[in-house]
Design a protein around this ligand. Structure first.
Ligand code: BG6
Length: 478
């Protein structure tokens, strides 16, 4: 039911986290090593995320933030109690594939891993918090990278399908909302993060990326199929790193370029939601000598098992230009390249802040797919200082969120069907792009620094009460 001037009654307010950025306990209770466990902080991180990995085990002398993260594995009860205090209706989290199948290709799942998520879902249920579960959030069992070349290899499709079926069957009475691959389009930008891809000298990188993308798309459709069979009332979504690309000028070349850059991302969702490869993708493959290997059943699988809703993250919009002079002026720190937008400011990490872009993006996605949307990530990564009274006065965060939530309300008024909003990192967690703790998103502060020092104690920030009141008033009181 939609109420006429605000958020629907059953709107899923909450927060979003991912296993590798929160749990820690990286080898506990039988968990296998995952790709993210090989990402150190510092200068070596980015090249590995791009696909230049030199060792399949952690190296001496490096600091790997996922190994302990914020120790959610042991502290989730305390953390969930705090989420419940804010009134969360939902919590988005991911299952670590390597907790369930430590090597990815094991014959039997790891019972201790399955039990951990059982307990976690029970804890959420105690407070009436709806879990929204991502099957793959940036972590592939390392054994699959070593033995098969990860998503380059078709084998991953059935291994993933087996993993998906295992967790659907186990949690069918506890979890209704699912997402297949987190930010599936990230594969093109950070291929090791997105798909566990490691490139060899001389390899055709585009070819490998799109072949891996095809495998993920088929795996995603097969997961949708299995999910619907095993959990009849399941809602299974896809997940896009969204944020519209604006043309820098009205020059048709810029406009066309912006459209194309958006399509780089839409390509994935077009397949997951409309069930087929769009014409522009086929042309792109032709023009770039990309020759995808497909099985004859793939087209039908993709066509039949499309997603129920479109999940997306939104942090920024982007700007593109075809003018070499303009291109010189780009924003630093972004995972996606972007020209600086002269009308907007950026975060401390160079991410453009554009609240209205959220309304534009939501409308754009809804116009394109006509399916319910779910904003499964949004937020401001910022440096927080604990003051002498032991408080964190994070008004900048509240400001960011207020502006975005009010644009989200506008989007609903525009007719966009929106299921929920889970802001990113409701408790401070490890940053995916930099591995830092310093880049904080939370309403809850965690005492831990970039070097892994700190008591891990949790503490409410000023934004904690603000968000509680947003949820309590169903978005009226922001
Ligand atoms: C998204 C990811 O890319 O953005 C999250 O799905 C990530 O895993 C989030 O944490 C914010 O990025 P960062 O680099 O600030 O942690």
């Amino acid at each position: 039911s939609k109420n006429t001037n605000g958020f629907p009654e059953e709107f899923l307010w909450g927060g979003a986290i991912a296993a590798n950025q929160t749990e820690g306990a990286y080898l506990k209770d039988g968990k296998g090593l995952t790709t993210v466990d090989l990402l150190p902080t510092g200068e070596k991180r980015f090249p590995i995320m791009k696909g230049n990995l030199s060792s399949f085990s952690p190296l001496e002398g490096e600091f790997y933030p996922s190994h302990k993260a914020i120790d959610f594995y042991h502290r989730y009860k305390e953390d969930i109690a705090l989420f419940a205090e804010m009134g969360f209706k939902s919590l988005r989290l991911s299952i670590s594939w390597a907790r369930i199948f430590p090597n990815g290709d094991d014959a039997e799942p790891n019972e201790a891993g399955l039990r951990f998520y059982d307990d976690l879902f029970d804890e959420l249920q105690k407070y009436g918090i709806e879990p929204v579960v991502t099957l793959a959030h940036f972590d592939v069992p390392v054994h699959l990278v070593e033995k098969y070349g990860s998503w380059k290899n078709r084998e991953l499709v059935s291994l993933f399908e087996k993993y998906a079926k295992t967790v659907f069957t186990r949690y069918k009475d506890k979890v209704k909302y699912w997402l297949t691959f987190n930010e599936i389009n990230m594969l093109l930008h950070l291929p090791f993060i997105g798909a566990g891809l490691v490139f060899k000298e001389g390899e055709n990188i585009q070819q490998v990326k799109y072949q891996a993308a095809h495998h993920q798309l088929v795996a995603s459709a097969l997961a949708v199929k299995a999910g619907h069979e095993i959990i009849p009332d399941a809602k299974i979504g896809c997940m896009l790193a969204a944020g519209m690309v604006y043309p820098y000028s009205s020059n048709p070349d810029d406009v066309f370029d912006a459209m194309n850059k958006d399509r780089e991302s839409f390509f994935f969702i077009d397949v997951q939601s409309r069930g087929e490869y769009p014409g522009f993708a086929k042309r792109f493959f032709r023009d770039n000598n990309i020759d995808l290997v497909m099985e004859k059943e793939d087209e039908e699988i993709l066509k039949k098992h499309t997603v129920d809703y479109i999940g997306f993250s939104y942090y920024s919009s982007r700007v593109t230009s075809t003018d070499p002079e303009v291109l010189k002026n780009s924003t630093g720190g972004n995972v996606f390249d972007s020209v600086s937008n002269p009308y907007l400011t950026t975060s401390e990490w160079g991410w453009t802040i554009d609240p209205k872009g959220l309304r534009i993006t939501a409308n754009q996605l809804y116009d394109r797919y006509q399916k319910p949307l779910f904003i499964v990530e949004n937020g401001l990564g910022a440096v927080d200082e604990v003051n002498s009274d032991g408080e964190v006065i994070d008004d900048y965060r509240v400001e960011y969120l207020k502006l975005h939530i009010s644009e989200m309300r506008e989007a609903i008024q525009d007719g966009v069907e929106l299921i929920g909003y889970t802001s990113w990192g409701p408790i401070d967690i490890v940053s995916a792009s930099t591995g830092e703790m310093k880049k904080r998103y939370g309403y809850i502060y965690v005492d831990r620094n970039n070097q892994g020092k700190g008591s891990l104690r949790r503490m409410k920030k000023k934004s904690f009460d603000w968000y509680r009141q947003v949820i309590e008033s169903n978005g009226e009181n922001i």
